[in-house]
Design a binder for this molecule. Structure first.
Ligand code: AMP
Ligand code: GLY
Length: 422
């Protein structure tokens, strides 16, 4: 098969690496890709949001499957675009329709969905510009911390947690006043949940599902989970506190009703449902849904997946996932993300990277890198993902930390405490 993978991060490098192991994969294109994907596949200078250009490329290069890495093309309806065109509709696109992608694209949609399906999640209220005063009054009746969420996609910045009621009210006014543009025309205020978070991924064909290895990611920039939120600073898989009892609750109370709900709501969902979960005193709750694989979780999860991923995607597109079972590598995998100095605030790009030839034992997935005149340089905030295996996650982390230390570029930073809370 000829496969086109959309995206340019560490998740996409890991996806390309994994799919290239499949005997079904003849040719892999990545659009736009990075220096890591350029080394194993063919990068194509295409914007994943330009559906007309993407479909032109698909037709002129005899692409047999499109795999969508990030959420934005899905939320904007790439699947629906393909289905509406006679020449494209039989080419599987791995990812949900725009309606299914609303699970990530709209917090109010996701909350209403969970409420309807009886899926445990934080209690909430929804406000818009017309009901701002109601929201301000509501906040005054609540106890801190206050959790405010912009309804739409806000580049990971749409969730604000505040302890002071006046600050929370000011934030609500700012959000509904257009702080995140259209994305905050509606705001969800929800109950604060206290516990430890983990990420679960289900590959679904809309009716059957397969559970991929779970992971825990580390979102804060600073050690000890301090400082600003980032796209993710590291991950481990499996997650030791997710035991058989927890799995049973997660599957029965969360995964099964979610997959049943996809059918009930008539969503055309072929792809991954990402469950951002929190363990509150032994009970799992959904913090958020995403409509694609997580980053950096993917860089720790796919190395532990022993199945042929292309084969699974083909089965998903045919509604035949019930004929497969997931095979997990018994080893642990741990990922450390190397970021540019200043990230998640302002940072510079174009810093030459050295030390890639000194890696011993880890896999390096490129996130924000580019290749110019055979020099690999930084090209984003999150630059590289270093993944290692170990019999336990601390053993994996020893290798990943040692290899992380071998990489050099101006301003390089990474957390040395991934897994500290496990
Ligand atoms: P989200 O974008 O919905 O995943 O939110 C980003 C982060 O905010 C989550 O990973 C949590 O750490 C935190 N968060 C979101 N909702 C809640 C909540 N109801 N209670 C506590 N923390 C939350
Ligand atoms: N690691 C969280 C995400 O991909 O959104």
């Amino acid at each position: 098969m000829n496969i086109l993978l959309l995206g340019s991060g560490g998740r996409e490098h890991a996806l390309a690496w994994k799919m290239l192991q499949s005997p079904l994969c003849k040719k892999m294109y990545v659009a736009p890709g990075n220096a890591g994907t350029a080394a194993i596949a063919e990068n194509v200078a295409l914007n994943p949001l330009d559906f007309a250009k993407v479909s032109e490329f698909v037709l002129s290069n005899a692409i047999n499957m499109v795999v969508v890495g990030p959420e934005e093309p899905l939320v904007r309806g790439i699947v629906d675009y393909f289905q509406a065109e006679a020449q494209l509709k039989d080419i599987p696109v791995i990812g949900p329709s725009a309606l299914g992608a609303q699970l990530e694209g709209s917090k109010t949609f996701a909350k209403a969905f969970m409420q309807e399906m009886g899926i445990p999640t934080a209690a909430y209220r929804e406000f818009n510009t017309k009901t701002l005063q109601g929201g301000l009054d509501y906040l005054a009746t609540q106890t801190p911390p206050f959790v405010l969420k912009a309804d739409g996609l806000a580049a990971g910045k749409g969730v604000v947690i505040l302890n002071d009621v006046a600050e929370a009210q000011a934030e609500l006014s700012a959000m509904l006043g257009g702080k995140f543009g259209q994305a905050s025309e509606k705001v969800v205020i929800e109950q604060f949940l206290s516990g430890i978070e983990f990420s679960v991924f289900a590959l679904t064909d809309g009716k059957n599902y397969l559970i991929l290895p779970e992971a825990k990611d580390y979102k804060r920039i600073g050690e000890g989970d301090t400082g600003l939120n980032t796209g993710g600073m590291g991950a481990v898989s499996p997650v030791p506190f997710v035991d058989a009892t927890m799995w049973e609750k997660v599957e029965k109370r969360i995964i099964q009703p979610t997959i049943a709900g996809l059918g009930k709501r008539g969503m055309n969902y072929i792809g991954v449902v990402f469950f951002g979960l929190i363990d509150v005193a032994g009970e799992p709750y959904v913090i958020e849904y995403n409509c694609r694989l997580g980053d950096p979780e993917t860089e720790a999860v796919l190395p532990r997946l022993q199945n042929d991923l292309v084969d699974l995607f083909v089965a998903a597109s045919k509604g035949e996932l019930n004929e497969h079972t997931i095979l997990q590598d018994p080893r642990s995998a741990a990922t450390i993300i190397l970021v540019a100095g200043g990230y998640p605030g302002d940072y510079e790009k174009g810093k030459p990277i050295s030390g890639l030839d000194r890696i011993q034992g880890s896999m390096v997935f490129h996130a924000g890198t580019s290749l110019k005149e055979s020099v690999v340089s930084t090209n984003g905030g999150r630059v590289l993902a270093i993944t290692a295996y170990g019999d336990t996650f601390p053993e994996a982390l020893v290798i990943a930390n040692r290899d992380a230390a071998a990489i050099r570029f101006e301003g390089v930073y990474y957390r040395k405490d991934i897994g500290f809370d496990l």
